[in-house]
Design a protein. Sequence first.
Length: 316
Amino acid sequence: MKALYFEGRKARVIGAPEPRARAGYAKVKVLVSGICNTDLELLRGYYGFSGIPGHEFVGRVVSPGSPLAGRRVVGEINLACGRCSWCAAGLGRHCPRRAVLGIVKHPGAHAEYLTLPEPNLVPVPDSVPDEEAVFTEPLAAACEILEQLGSVEGRKTAVLGAGKLGLLVAQVLAQAGAEVSVFGRRPEKLRVARRLGLDARPAPARAPRAQFDLVVEATGTPAGLPRAIQMTRPRGTVVMKSTFHGLARFDAAPLVVNEITVVGSRCGRFAPAMELLARCAVQVGPLISAEYSLSRAPAALRCAARPSAVKVLLRP
């Protein structure tokens, strides 16, 4: 099969053996995969990664014995051991022995086929097209903020970063009743935010001080966290969404003086995300910047790395 392969901070398309689904797993033919910022960070050296990347996908189950055979599916990316105390407590996404699709010890979705445990697979309703279903994983990450914080109704909220994740987060929080403003640096992305009906503002050279109850940091850069802290009111909350290759440097004193809560936020449950897509409560179509065939994956990565790009899709 064709697959995108990262090695030594270089990307190329290779011929690789098709994966075999062992007991309890299903083989999935990938229909569409999405390039995300984590993929770009892996290529820059995050995690010291080498292998087949990609964790956003929609595909069709081709394992004959699977109860989902023939169905379109998306898949939870964390492969937990199912035996440790974390898994027993329902925290399989934090299992210390977990593999992670396209990131840690499990070949990813930028390929013609992948395998995942059967329980990780979530059927896609017929009403949700492939181009929308592929957003399930990042949309679930956006929904995780509501799982962690509870009600955000009426909270004055800033989302830093007008990329794909920031725009999904902003839509999720807005539909949950928050008063959301999106701050971004690229006019093209701010125009997309306005098409989505969001209050979109150019990021000022000097961040406003202590104006927001809730600030979500989704810039994908180390500079985002200190700005988020500066913008948060006393006893407000900063949600950290970015992952990147490098260290974030910031003054910790305001966290103490202003009693600011910092919440790390990662993956989320797929069910709330799929429900939002099924009832068209969020818009994802305007986020698609380009589509490429898998054979042109290196060009797709270069496109995705452009500051103006939001979401780039790959089709095997």
